[in-house]
Design a protein around this ligand. Structure first.
Ligand code: ADP
Ligand code: MG
Length: 394
């Protein structure tokens, strides 16, 4: 069986390594990095390769410059921050390919670092263009990918390079795979999947995937509203995908165990979305026409908690309420607490989910694994193949 090839599987000593990371970090208006966790999570790979005497050429994208140079999306502040994190100089170049880049790469010594410019300044990046791949590949001898967050994209620097250079996974991709892969195999039962968030479209794949695998599928958040409406209930002014009611009914019919899919039974409602909104808890089948469902209620939290306590494996994606506002954070916080205390093998996926739990004061260590890849983890957990990961198996 093909196995994931990792950076332990070759000798990096003296090699010019093209390392793809996902340093697409959030920045404020002045360009200051507001959350560097994507960078800190790639440090073990960077440090390992440097200690082994590699010559590192780091590649990343930032934002969506759409194949053109965008002064606001240069990697200069990212390289500066990496210098601080590593305590080592990082030579930032203003291009990713071409003669001046070659000249700098020639000078690179063992244990030194160059960072190329934003790969998405080049149209060949997202087009996975063979010519752009070739120009990048000329710079190095080995391709290492640790950009799990871009592994669902068949782009030149995340996937294409593997067609021309020996390719290996960094420690972050290895860690992600070690956590996510078992969920797609035979996870330890009882296995509980918690789903929330906004749109059913993003979650259908996972519901389909886990109906055959999970003992419990717990549904809250905006997602639950569509199911509540599909059961013939009023949802008032709530976020609800009216054109997806049939789909929600179909998904519920697919359940292979009694009570396998559990939808929020009580909900927190308000008439306005604000920090000072007056909230009320009502049964899910008694929502007034002028109200919005904005969180799961305490009876739902209790029911979810009882299931969580008895679970051996838990996968959670999607906040259970409109967590951008304090009055609607309780359901997510209480359920997160239950997951953290459950002792189960717990995996969190989804960009907003990870961010919200951090805001609510939870730490990565409270869970077995917090995935760094929003879109990538959702696609993988929906049963799709990730092109940037596939190329690392041999
Ligand atoms: P993730 O990025 O973790 O996959 P999603 O993007 O699917 O999560 O969902 C996150 C969004 O869902 C948040 O912006 C949150 O406010 C919203 N949300 C959750 N519950 C509700 C609700 N009841 N009404 C409106 N929005 C909701
Ligand atoms: Mg999201």
């Amino acid at each position: 069986m093909p196995t994931l090839q990792t950076i332990r599987d070759f000798n990096p000593q003296g090699k010019r390594i093209l390392l793809r990371v996902d340093f697409n970090v959030p920045q404020d208006e002045q360009g200051a990095i507001t959350d560097d966790s994507r960078m800190t999570k790639a440090l073990p790979t960077i440090q390992y390769l440097l200690e082994k005497g590699a010559k590192l050429i780091i590649m990343s994208h930032l934002g969506r410059p759409d194949g053109k140079v965008n002064e606001n999306m240069r990697l200069t502040p990212i390289a500066k921050h990496l210098e601080v994190l590593l305590g080592k100089p990082v030579k930032k170049l203003d291009e990713a390919i071409g003669p001046s880049v070659h000249a700098e790469v020639e000078k690179l010594q063992d244990g030194e670092i160059i960072m190329l410019e934003n790969t998405r300044f080049y149209p060949g990046e997202e087009a996975n263009d063979p010519e752009f791949i070739k120009q990048l590949a000329e710079l190095g001898e080995v391709f290492v990918s640790d950009g799990f967050g871009v592994s669902h994209r068949a782009h030149a620097s995340s996937t294409g390079l593997a067609s021309v250079l020996p390719a290996y996974a960094g420690f972050l991709i290895e860690k992600e795979m070690n956590a996510l892969q078992p969920l797609m195999g035979e996870p330890k039962q009882p296995f509980t999947v918690i789903l929330g968030g906004a749109k059913i479209k993003d979650k259908i794949g996972m519901i389909d995937q886990f109906i055959g695998k999970a003992q419990n599928i717990l549904i809250g958040g905006g997602l639950a509203n569509t199911f509540i409406a599909a059961q013939g209930n009023e949802v008032g002014q709530s976020l609800c995908e009216k054109d997806k009611l049939d789909l929600a009914n179909e998904l519920m019919k697919k359940a292979i165990l009694p009570h396998q899919i559990i939808i929020a039974t009580d909900v927190v409602i308000a008439r306005e979305i604000s920090e000072t909104a007056a909230t009320e808890t009502v049964p899910a089948n008694a929502v007034p026409t002028d109200a919005k469902i904005l969180d799961v209620g305490p009876a739902t939290v209790e029911a979810f908690t009882n299931i969580i306590k008895n679970s051996a494996t838990i996968l959670w994606n999607g906040p259970l309420g409109l967590t951008e506002f304090t009055p609607f954070q309780n359901g997510t916080r209480d359920v997160a607490k239950a997951v953290a205390e459950s002792g189960a093998f717990s995996v969190l996926g989804g960009g907003d989910t990870a961010e919200v739990l951090k805001t609510l004061g939870f730490k990565d260590e409270d869970f077995s694994h917090v995935s760094t890849g929003g879109g990538a983890s959702l696609e993988f957990l929906s049963g799709k193949k990730l092109p940037g990961i596939e190329v690392l198996y041999r």
